[in-house]
Write a protein that binds this ligand. Sequence first.
Ligand code: G6P
Length: 592
Amino acid sequence: MCGIFAYYGEKKNAPELVIEGLKNLEYRGYDSWGIAYKTPTEIIIHKEIGKIGDIKTKDLELGESGVAMAHSRWATHGGVTKANAHPHFSENKEIVLIHNGIFENYSEVKKDLIKKGHKFVSQTDTEVLAHLIEQHTRKHSFEDSVKLAVKEIEGRYAIVVMKKDEDKIIAARKGSPLIIGVGKTHGEYFIASDIPAFLKHTNKVIYLDDNQICVIENRKINFYDNATNEEIKKRIIEIDLDIESSEKGEFEHFMMKEIMEQKETLNRAINQDPKTIEQVAKAIESAEDTYFVGCGTAGKAAMVGAYLFAKISKKQIRFVFGSEFQNYKEFINKKTLIVCVSQSGETADTLEAIEIAKEKGAKVAAIVNVESSTIARTADMVIPIKAGPEIGVASTKATTSQLAILTMLAYACDGGVEIAKQLLIRTASQINDMLNPRYAEHIKKIANKLKDIESMYIIGRGANFPMALECAIKLQEVSYIHAEGFAGGELKHGPLALITKNTPVIALVANDDCRKEILSNAQEVKARGGYIIGVSPTNEEVFDFWIRVPDTGETSPIVNIIPVQILAYQLAVLRQNDPDKPRNLAKSVTVK
Ligand code: G6P
C-alpha cells in the first residue's frame, strides 16, 4: 500500500535519494508516485502515474536539495490521476505533505475549509490535511499547526510535512507505520513507512508510536506526545536485517525466490525457543474463549489453525477475519484471548480487532513475521515466524511458516510441542526434496495447459478446505484467472452447476480421514466433464494430472499449498503478469 520516504541531512542529492529509496518500497503495491523537495526559494513537486521502477533520475532534471520527501500512492479517495498523487500542496503552496492511511472525517473538514475560501485541486483526503495545517498557521507556528491539525483527524495516518522557509521536517503517526532511520553523519535522518527504504544507508532506527510527533530541525530530532505536548525520549534500536535478504539474487522474481526459500524458512520457524510457543498454548488453555484472527492469506492460515486445534488438541477455537471481528465484540471480555496472524504486522483490520479486544480487557497474542511491527509491539505475547523479509505481494514463505507455528501451538496444547517439532523437521526435509527444478518443470506442463482458461476451482476438506481458499487467492492474485475454493462437500449445493467439459478443478487430497470423501467429490466433478488436477501423495484413477506431494500427515496443508504457489507463479509469467506486483493489490494493507 502507500509508501513514504523522506530525507533530511547534509547530502545535496536528496531528491534523487528519495526516489531510489521509494523504489525499494515498490513491493508494497501502488499506482502513482511523487516527490517534493526544497530549494532556497521554493518547494518543487514532481508527480507521475504508473511505476517508478524504470525511472532514470537523470531524466527528471532534479535540483539540489538536502530535504526531500517521496510517496507511492495506492488510490483510496479519488482515481489514479496526477492531481490525486502525493505530495499535496496547501492553498498558498507553502506547505507540502505526504500521507498514508485514511482521514475519515475529511469531507466535513473540507466543507468548512471551502467556506473559509480554500480551493482544492484533487479529490483526496490528504490535500484537505495540507490546507487544514495552513489554516492553523494563520494563528499558530508551523509546528503547533501540525500538532493541532492531526488532533482533528479521525482515522489512521502517517504523515510527513514540510514548509517553505523553515528548516524543518515534521512527521506524525497514528495506526500507520512510520520509522526514523538515524543516518551516519551528524543530523542526518530518514523517515519511512518501511525499513527497506533506507536500509542501504543505516540500520539504526527509532520507531514512532501512535500519537507521537517527530520534529527534525537544525540537525536535531525531538519527539512529542501529541496528547500532552510533552517531549519524550525515544530509543535508537540497531536492527539486524541485511540488504541481501530483500534482494532477488539469482531469481527473476521475488515470488519464486520466496517459494524456494521455504526449505530454510520452515526450519527457522520450527527452531525457536519452545517456551515462546508454550506460553501462548497456556494462554489458550486458560482462556474461556480463543479467537484466531487474520486477513487474506494470513486469515486462511488462521482458519487452518482452528481445524488443527479441533483435531490435534480437541479444542474449539473460533476463526474470524479481522474485518469481521467487530461483529463479535459483545462476546469479548477479560477471559478471552485473541491470536492474530499477520505477515506484516500492520494490517489495519487486524489492528482494529486488537484495539477492540484490548478495550474489552482481552489478552492478545500475535504470530507475526515483522517483529518490529505495530501488531508485534501491541500484543501481550508474540511468536515470531522468522521467515525474513517477504517482498512478493502474494504471500508464500510466510504462509507455510505461519502454518508451522499453528501446528506447533496445537500440539503444545496437548503437551506435545516436541512431537510437533519432529513432525515439522521431517516435513521441512521432504519439502527440501520436493523443491527442485524438475518439480517446477512438471508443474509448468499443467500451467501451459491452463494458461488461457477463464475459470478454475479448488476443492479440499478438513484443514485442506481453508487451503483450497488459499490456493484460490494465490491464483487470483498473480494469474488473474477467476479461481474459487470450495469445501468438497459443498460442490453439490451450487458450484457443480459451473462444471462443464474440461473445467479445471484442483483437488487437495491428503492421506487423512477425508481422503475417500474428497476423491468422491473429484469423481462428481469428473462425471460432469471436469478436468481433475490432483495434489496428492498417491496417483489416483480420477486424476487427469497428478502433482505429487509427500505424505506428511497433519502437516498436509503446508505441503499442499507449495505446488499451487508454483503453478500460480508460472501462470503469471506465461500470461505476462508481474507476479511480484499484482495489479490493484498491496503487500501491507494499512487501510480498513
Ligand atoms: C494483503 C497481502 C496478503 C496478506 C494480507 C494480510 O492482502 O497481499 O499477502 O495475506 O494482506 O496481511 P498480513 O500482513 O496481515 O499478513
